[in-house]
Design a protein around this ligand. Sequence first.
Ligand SMILES: Cc1cc2nc3c(=O)[nH]c(=O)nc-3n(C[C@H](O)[C@H](O)[C@H](O)COP(=O)(O)OP(=O)(O)OC[C@H]3O[C@@H](n4cnc5c(N)ncnc54)[C@H](O)[C@@H]3O)c2cc1C
Ligand SMILES: NC(=O)c1ccc[n+]([C@@H]2O[C@H](COP(=O)([O-])OP(=O)(O)OC[C@H]3O[C@@H](n4cnc5c(N)ncnc54)[C@H](O)[C@@H]3O)[C@@H](O)[C@H]2O)c1
Length: 444
Amino acid sequence: MTTYDYDVLYIGSGHGTFDGAIPLGAKGVKVGVIEQDLIGGTCPNRGCNAKIVLDSPVALQRHLADVHGVMPGEITIDWAANQAHKQTVIAGLPAFIQGLLDDNSVDVLFGRGQLVDAHTVLVAGQPKTADKIVIATGLRPNRLDIPGSAFAHDSEDFMKLSAMPKRLTIIGAGYIAMEFATMANAAGSEVTVLMRGAQALRAYHQPFVEQIITDLSQRGVTFIRETTVTAIQQVADHFVVVGDNDLTLTSDWVLDATGRVPNIAALGLDEVGIAYTDKGIVVNRYLQTTVPNIYAAGDVIDKGQPKLTPTAIFESRYLMHTFSGETVAPIKYPVIPSVVFTSPRLAQAGISVAEAKQHPDDYTIVAHHTPDDWYRQVDQETIGDNILIFNQAHQLVGATEVSPQAENAINALLPAIEFGFEPAEIERLVYLFPTIAASAWGQL
Ligand SMILES: Cc1cc2nc3c(=O)[nH]c(=O)nc-3n(C[C@H](O)[C@H](O)[C@H](O)COP(=O)(O)OP(=O)(O)OC[C@H]3O[C@@H](n4cnc5c(N)ncnc54)[C@H](O)[C@@H]3O)c2cc1C
Ligand SMILES: NC(=O)c1ccc[n+]([C@@H]2O[C@H](COP(=O)([O-])OP(=O)(O)OC[C@H]3O[C@@H](n4cnc5c(N)ncnc54)[C@H](O)[C@@H]3O)[C@@H](O)[C@H]2O)c1
C-alpha cells in the first residue's frame, strides 16, 4: 500500500481550508496546510474582518447623522486612529488560526505550493505527498490591462492607508468599489466612481442599488456611468485618469476595483490535467476536480454561488465530512445570503425579485417601506425598503432589503427561507422584543 506524507494536503490557508482542516485534524486525520502568505487568507487579513473594523465608525457616523436632532454636533473620523484600531483587531488573527491548526495536529508548511502530479505538491523545494489534495488558493485582484495600470492600487493597499487621499478615483462598481467609496466619502475624500456600464452591483435589486447611488451622490460622491478607462498618467505629484468621452480626471489615489480573478497561475494545473476556466477551477458535485483525488474549495472554484466567506466555510466543512467518511452525498448548498456594507446596507437571500417577477403565478411579492415600522423610527431611519417573496404555500423563499440594519434583518429571516417554515412554525419562533429580528419576523 502506498504511504503518503498526509491523508489530506491543502494549498492555501483561508476559510476554504481552515474551517474544515481544523476539525479534520481533530478527528485524527493527518492533515497539512501550505501557505505562501499570512495564515487565514484574505478574509481575516485583507478582506471582511479588516474592512468591517474600518467601516464601524463610518456606520456610526451615519447613525449619529440620522439622530442629529437628539445628538447634535458634527462627528468626524480620525482615519489614522481607525487604521491603528483595525491593526490591533486583526494583527493577532494569523497566530490565533495557526494556534488552532497546531492544537489539532495540522502541519503548517510555509511556501508556495505547486502541483507536480496527482499526489505530490512541491513546497519550498520539497515534495510533499498526499492521498487527497485540496486547492483553496482563492482570488487575487484583477489589474486593468491599460497604460499606467501600475499607478493604481488594490483593496489591500486601501485598507493600509493611514490618511485618506484628498481626491480618490475608484474604477469599477462592485462590492469593493461601493463599500470603499462609502468609507472614503465618510472620511472626507472627494470620491469619483467610474462605472464601465450603466449598473452597479448587478447581482442586487437595481432600484435598491440606485437608492444607494443617489444617497452617496447627495453626500458628494460623483458617479460617471458608461465610461471605459484607457490610461492612468502620472503628472507631478498626482495622477490623471484618462477615458473615453474625453474623460480626464485628476486624482491623488486610484483604486482598481475591477474584480478579482482566480489564483491559479503556475499552480501546475495543466501539467496535472485539472480543468479550469477564467472563473476558476471546474469541480463536480463532490468538489472533485477533473483529477478525482484533487478537490477544490472556496473562491478558486468556478461556481454559481457567491464567492463569499460563508460559501467557503460551507465547502470546507463539506469536504471535512467527506474526508472523514461522514458523508458520501454530493454537496447541497444552503441559501447563501449576501450583503454590501455600504451605509445604508444592501442585503439579500434566496430567490431574487427579478426571478419572482418572471414567475408571477408561483410567487407573491410584498414590499415594505421600513421607516413606516415604529421600531425603525427609533433610530430615525430615512432610507429603508424591503421586498419579501412568498411561494403559493406562503413560505418565505426570498428577501432583499436596503436599510441601515439590512444585514441583521435578512439574517433574522434566513431560517424561514432555508427551512421553508410553514405559517404555524413561523408563529412558534418568537424573537426578543423590541429588536430588529422581531421587527423583521413580524412582517411574515
Ligand atoms: C476587500 C474584500 C472584502 C471582503 N469582504 C467580505 C465580506 O464582508 N463578507 C464575505 O463573506 N466575504 C468578503 N470577502 C470575500 C472573502 O474574503 C472570500 O470569499 C474568502 O476569503 C475566500 O476564502 P478562500 O479560502 O477561498 O480564499 P482566500 O481567503 O483568498 O485564501 C487563499 C489563500 O491561498 C494562498 N495561496 C494562493 N496560492 C498559493 C500557493 N500556490 N501556495 C500557497 N498558498 C497559496 C493565499 O496566500 C491565501 O492565503 C471580501 C474580499 C475582499 C477582497
Ligand atoms: N460585502 C462582501 O461580501 C464583499 C465585499 C468586498 C468584496 N467581496 C468579494 O470580493 C470579490 C471582489 O469584489 P470586487 O468589487 O472587486 O468585484 P465585483 O465583481 O463585485 O465588481 C467588479 C466591478 O468591476 C467592473 N469591471 C470589471 N472589469 C472592468 C473593466 N475592465 N473596466 C472597468 N470596470 C470593470 C464590473 O463591472 C464591476 O462593477 C467578490 O467576489 C466579492 O464577493 C465581498
